[in-house]
Ligand binder design. Sequence first.
Ligand code: GDP
Ligand code: IMO
Ligand code: MG
Length: 422
Amino acid sequence: MNTVIVGTQWGDEGKGKIIDILSQKVDYIVRYQGGNNAGHTVVVGKKEYIFHLIPSGILHPGKICCIGNGVVIDPEVLLHELADLRKNGVDFSKRFKISSLAHLIMPYHKNLDQLRETKRKNKIGTTGRGIGPCYADKINRCGIRMIDLLNPDIFREKLKDNLKEKNEIFRKVYQHPGFSFEKIYRQYLDYGNLFGAYISNTALLLNKAIENKKDILLEGAQGTFLDIDFGTYPFVTSSSATSGGACIGTGISPVKIDKVVGVCKAYTTRVGEGPFPTEFAREFGEFMRDKGNEFGATTGRPRRCGWFDAVMCQESVMLNGIAELAIMKIDVLDGLKKIKICTAYKYKGKIFKEFPHDFEVLSKAIPVYKEMAGWPHQDNKPSSFKELHPNARIYLAQLQSLLKAKITMVSVGQARKDTIMI
Ligand code: GDP
Ligand code: IMO
Ligand code: MG
């Protein structure tokens, strides 16, 4: 069984936790897009791991974890993540793989990302990790890939070519001195040496695994509305965060994908700029942010919070082909008197039941809400569907009926055990 796990909102839905749980039952876990703009949290006992590049299944001994070709890799960040794992006694040496075709984030990508943001009138609020410029080079056919680090001559030519153009841009557009060839060349060849043993043809590896009836979990980063095509463009990331990205980013054919599971927060959050129809007013937003501890796992930035948006999530179910849903953080709604679900948008007297593409509508629409009764704070974490407060069950039933996908998991806390399997 090959399953894609995808975020249904603007990221940070709790994908890391779900990947960690589902990893027990599979043989391979593969990240397929994004880079270290992602922060996937896995809590084991008192220890909190935040994965930026390494698949969130790595804590399970024996599971093979791959970084697919669709991911952009900052080698410095990867080095730190691997060192952290070693420090925590996680042995990954024989079961960690990096696609030779994955593109590298270079030092100039990070600077370009940050400098571009300062010049932009409508800031995106990127993570500043060089993601956009790295993907732009990939599409521009001047990117540098993992495999290039293993061939010093090819790497030299590519880096020289890139620096020639980039340094001119740095000097002329950004009044920045640019980058010296020698330092980057040496540093990245060192990375090549350090990662050499992990670099391989992961598409081949995964397809052989499928032939041998192994099970694969494909780990999406970001979320559907940060997708470069279907997201709230231009306030998106630069990769295909929808389930289709899983095929492009791994080399697994669409006919080999068996199921897509959507990870969905019981309310909505967003980091960075861009439209957010159901966003809370300031005071209640701050209250909910503290209640849900909504601060970015990568940048620490406060996340914007709002009510559940069924218009968005219905679109997500359609775009991704979601059959099953994991509803996360329902515990954060404990203690609220009333809970709202957005079922349509209203703009200039018109009702929108489908997600609008017109940016003006999306930015100015007033949500149409269905109001639900809340439930009191739960002293003990429910461990089965039956133990959930009746109103929480009604809320979940309403989500399931609106989204037309089966809720198979409900998360009531950060820990592995705080997960109800239905
Ligand atoms: P991801 O990027 O989708 O993997 O999500 P993040 O790790 O960025 O953010 C999710 C946050 O919510 C993390 O801090 C998780 O530990 C936490 N979390 C996940 N599920 C639950 C839950 O059911 N309840 C609560 N209170 N926290 C949760
Ligand atoms: P995970 O995988 C939430 C947001 C940034 C910004 C926009 C573009 O943890 O869910 P980028 O640096 O990608 O060019 O920034 O996308 N963003 C995320 N928001 N979760 C993420 O990842 C995100 N990755 C990028 O905040 O608004
Ligand atoms: Mg995250």
